[in-house]
Design a protein around this ligand. Structure first.
Ligand SMILES: CC(C)(COP(=O)(O)OP(=O)(O)OC[C@H]1O[C@@H](n2cnc3c(N)ncnc32)[C@H](O)[C@@H]1OP(=O)(O)O)[C@@H](O)C(=O)NCCC(=O)NCCS
Length: 489
């Protein structure tokens, strides 16, 4: 279909206006990927970076991401005219990153021996048959969306909105959405490996309404809904003083086993996050069983399995059966798994993005990217991990003054000061003045205030976490658990 209006600006760039029905979304060719990197140099405020540095950095990140060798795990999409899908003059672009999440799902149990791969069904651990509806925790596919960008000459024509609307139709199963072909023409082709999302999510830098208005239909609604963009920020020097105060007020006689700490480099952290991901499944099931805990836990409290929990043949700690009729009006909850490629991505991105003042300081994958606590265990002679750890990155372009905590598992509030003191040490070593954590659970927040650790809680103005759910529920019935920085994309 011919464009409505063509006003070329130079040999390769135009200010073409296309009717929406003339456009579709496709995976970018390598040339279009390069062009999308080139365009963001002009559009994003990147400080002192030269175009060569910018392109080199984007190429490094792209190379690292493609090393996962999983087709479609990381993808660049472009909005193009249907009759010229390989054009370098595409309307706008975005990226998707495939992640694994877990969610409560309704599972029909047939018998105990049923093969439900990747599904922990709490009812299946009880007496088999008759068939019943129960709640399980299931692995689901999620896509993180980033780098949404329209060049200035194309802005305000509805392109980014339309790209985001079409994106639902290539990410989610076609059966879960209706495509308004009368208005938008033929649906986009779903490339192999896509069309499987239960969740997509993003971090909005353009407020709450733009992405909320980009739903899968023609109405200006039904898109991504912002979910709890809360942060707590500590000033390092103040927090250091508060930690010293707590330390000096402790009695000389130690009570109970002492708590030790070990630093986590990228490799060690990956292992810890694998364990953390396993624990997430139990956390979700326990949240369902103990709705009274929800208030304290919905934003990410890491519940630890009880020490005396029976062994679960499916890999976690067994939990009593949970039947649908006892669920009341409990909401559907999901959590992105912390070991789903994110840790390496954030650390490597941090290393590729280092500003000149931080280069040459020896930062590498072997540096301190977190700390884990352990206690001297009585009776067994060894060390017990306490299931408590903190992980962080530095985002030198976007938050150059702070250590950003990516994941905090702190099952006992008295361990918080120890974890924060590790972050303080790292901040001082890297010359950072602040520490930020996303969605600090309420009990930890209360404990921080009560013990004098302080911290200022607020809502972010940017990077607003927002979610779209594909399935039975609307976004306001769905709750994003562990909505922390680790799932950033
Ligand atoms: C945001 C952006 C992708 C929109 O692209 P576009 O093709 O012009 O978008 P559309 O024409 O579909 O929609 C324009 C809408 O976006 C809104 N918008 C654009 N920039 C915005 C901002 N910084 N804050 C809030 N809304 C914004 C416009 O107000 C307009 O709203 P309206 O339709 O109610 O008038 C584009 O402005 C851009 O690339 N900006 C720089 C990169 C960026 O910020 N990307 C988003 C990162 S989360």
């Amino acid at each position: 279909m011919p464009p409505d209006e063509v006003t070329p600006t130079n040999g390769s760039e135009s200010t073409v206006s296309y009717p929406i029905s003339a456009l579709t979304i496709v995976l970018a060719t390598p040339e279009q990927v390069f062009e999308s990197h080139r365009r963001t140099y002009d559009g994003w405020e990147l400080g002192q970076e030269s175009i060569e540095e910018h392109l080199g950095r984007r190429a490094n990140i792209a190379r690292f991401l493609s090393s996962f060798n999983e087709p479609g795990k990381h993808a660049v999409w472009v909005l193009v005219p249907r009759d010229d899908p390989r054009t370098l003059d595409f309307c706008c672009a975005c990226e998707t990153h495939r992640r694994t999440a877990i969610a409560h799902t309704k599972v029909v149990s047939q018998s105990r021996s049923n093969d439900r791969k990747n599904t922990i069904d709490s009812a299946s651990l009880s007496t088999p048959s008759p068939p019943s509806l129960s709640i399980g925790v299931e692995d689901v596919t999620a896509y993180g969306i980033g780098a949404v960008f329209t060049p200035k000459r194309f802005r305000g024509k509805g392109y980014a909105s339309h790209m985001m609307r079409l994106l639902h139709h290539v990410l989610a199963p076609p059966s879960s959405l209706e495509f308004p072909a009368a208005e938008w023409g033929t649906p986009p082709v779903i490339p192999p490996g896509f069309g499987n999302a239960r969740i997509s999510y993003l971090y909005s830098d353009v407020g709450t309404s733009f992405y909320a208005s980009c739903g899968p239909g023609v109405e200006k609604c039904g898109g991504w809904v912002v979910s709890s963009p809360k942060i707590v920020v500590w000033e390092v020097s103040t927090l250091e003083g508060a930690l010293d105060g707590i330390q000096s007020s402790k009695p000389d006689v130690p009570e109970g086993p002492s708590v030790g700490r070990r630093w986590l480099d990228e490799n060690a952290l990956r292992y810890v996050l694998d364990q953390d991901a396993n624990n997430f499944r139990n956390d979700l099931i326990r949240l369902r069983q103990n709705p009274q805990q929800v208030e304290a836990t919905t934003t990410g409290l890491a519940l630890s399995p009880p020490r005396d929990a029976p062994h679960d043949p499916l890999g976690g700690n067994a939990v009593p059966p949970v039947r649908e009729q006892s669920m009341g009006e409990a909401r559907t909850r999901f959590a992105l798994l912390p070991n789903s490629g994110n840790v390496d991505f954030l650390i490597r991105r941090c290393l590729f993005n280092l500003p000149p003042r931080m280069r040459g300081r020896g930062l590498s994958p072997e540096s301190k990217w977190g700390a884990q606590l352990a206690s001297a265990s009585s009776g067994r002679g060894g060390k017990d991990t306490l299931d408590a750890f903190v992980a962080w990155v530095i985002e030198s372009h976007e938050a150059p003054d702070r250590v950003l905590i990516t994941r905090l598992r702190c099952p006992h509030s008295h361990l918080l000061s120890n974890l924060l003191s590790a972050a303080v040490e790292a901040a001082i070593e890297y010359g950072m003045t602040h520490i930020e954590v996303w969605n600090l659970p309420k009990d930890l927040r209360d404990a921080a205030v009560a013990s004098g650790l302080g911290g200022v809680e607020s809502e972010r103005n940017d990077h607003l976490s927002a979610v779209k759910w594909y399935g039975d529920h609307s976004e306001d019935q769905v709750e994003w658990i562990m909505n922390e920085k680790y799932s950033w994309c």
